[in-house]
Design a protein around this ligand. Structure first.
Ligand code: NAD
Length: 320
């Protein structure tokens, strides 16, 4: 049994790779090390996994390459995390998001269906719920009013996944992730940007008086959910994967101020139309079907993130 992890050099993918390696499982990573953020971070993520980890540098849209990976490595499970994230960036580059997140996913499914793949885990996003007024978000809510190209491209991939299940009996579990954070996090996301800004005395722009709420989920909890999904083919299933307890951005910044021992400089601005007022996960389906049981509270998770930052990023910033 060999698991293909696409996007395995990225934030969540590399953490999943480490988890599966620790469990003694065989993996192959496919990643194109794009410059969406500094590729050196991805190189470091992969290097930390050890030099024997099978790694293919390439693109999920490269049909020939992907087919050869399935053949050569006898792939039996797929954790598909490669993609372009970030709601705000997607507003300018909708065509690229469609190409990578939708067409790239379809390319993978179309190849996977020709091999004895037991389960294909398609990573999606809570952003598909858009500006819903129903909280917490449940999988039966309408996901068809995406507020930006990012969730639109992910939702389109979810629909293709259904078709591949119906036509070819490819078992696809769609996991809708909620605001993942933790050590090694993406530098374009709020958890690391906030630390940078507080330390450097830079202004943090906060939308809607800091009242927007986000359901932050610690990366190791997210990885537990993905690992469980890889163990259990469920036909075609859509499952929310989030902690289930949102906090306001003001509260999020306050926790960091306390940890770092320094006040943030905050500037309030109206939220752009692409920003939902809240993300809030009803995770009862994940609990039932995947045994999901998130462990890390936001206070613990931000403390872990700050501890990691102090150990790994501060020495680099101070040139040590
Ligand atoms: N981080 C979050 O809060 C969050 C929330 C919801 C969904 N997601 C989804 O989870 C997945 C992983 O997110 P992340 O935060 O680890 O992001 P990330 O950017 O760190 O990881 C994505 C990886 O995919 C690779 N990649 C991108 N395009 C590729 C292509 N065409 N071919 C091969 N590799 C390619 C990138 O180089 C990167 O290493 C993404 O699909 C993202 O949309 C993340």
């Amino acid at each position: 049994m060999t698991t293909l992890i696409t996007g395995g050099a990225g934030f969540i993918g590399s953490r999943l790779a480490a988890r599966l390696i620790d469990a003694g499982e065989k993996i192959v990573i496919l990643d194109n090390f794009n410059d969406f953020y500094d590729p050196a971070i991805k190189e470091a993520n992969v290097a930390a996994l050890g030099k024997d980890v099978p790694l293919v540098r390439g693109d999920i849209r490269d049909t020939e390459l992907v087919t050869s990976i399935f053949k050569d490595h006898h792939i039996t499970r797929v954790a598909h995390l490669a993609g372009l994230a970030n709601v705000r960036k997607s507003i300018e580059f909708g065509d690229q998001y469609a190409d990578v997140n939708t067409t790239g996913s379809v390319n993978l499914m179309n190849i996977a269906r020709k091999f004895p793949v037991s389960v294909f885990v398609q990573i999606s996003t809570s952003s598909v719920y858009g500006q819903t007024t129903r909280i917490p978000f449940s999988e039966d809510d309408n996901p068809d009013r995406p507020l930006s190209p990012y969730p639109a491209s992910k939702r389109a991939a979810e629909l293709f996944a259904y078709t591949y299940y119906e036509l070819h009996k490819l078992n696809v579990t769609v996991l809708r992730l909620f605001n993942v954070y933790g050590p090694n996090g993406r530098p374009d996301m709020m958890p690391l940007k906030t630390i940078d800004a507080i330390l450097q005395g830079k202004t943090i722009t906060v939308y809607d008086d800091g009242k927007l709420e986000r359901d932050w989920t610690y990366v190791d909890d997210t990885v537990s959910g993905i690992a469980a999904a890889l163990e259990r083919p469920l036909g075609y299933s859509i499952i929310n994967l989030g902690y289930g307890s949102p906090i306001s951005l003001n509260e999020f910044i306050r926790i960091y101020e306390e940890l770092i021992g320094k006040k943030a400089i905050v500037e309030y601005a109206p939220a752009p139309a692409s920003e939902p007022r809240i993300t809030y996960c009803n995770n009862s389906r994940a609990r039932e079907l995947l045994g999901f049981n998130p462990q890390v509270t936001i206070n613990e998770g931000l403390a872990q993130t700050w501890a990691w930052y102090q150990e790994h990023k501060l020495p680099m910033l101070s040139g040590k």
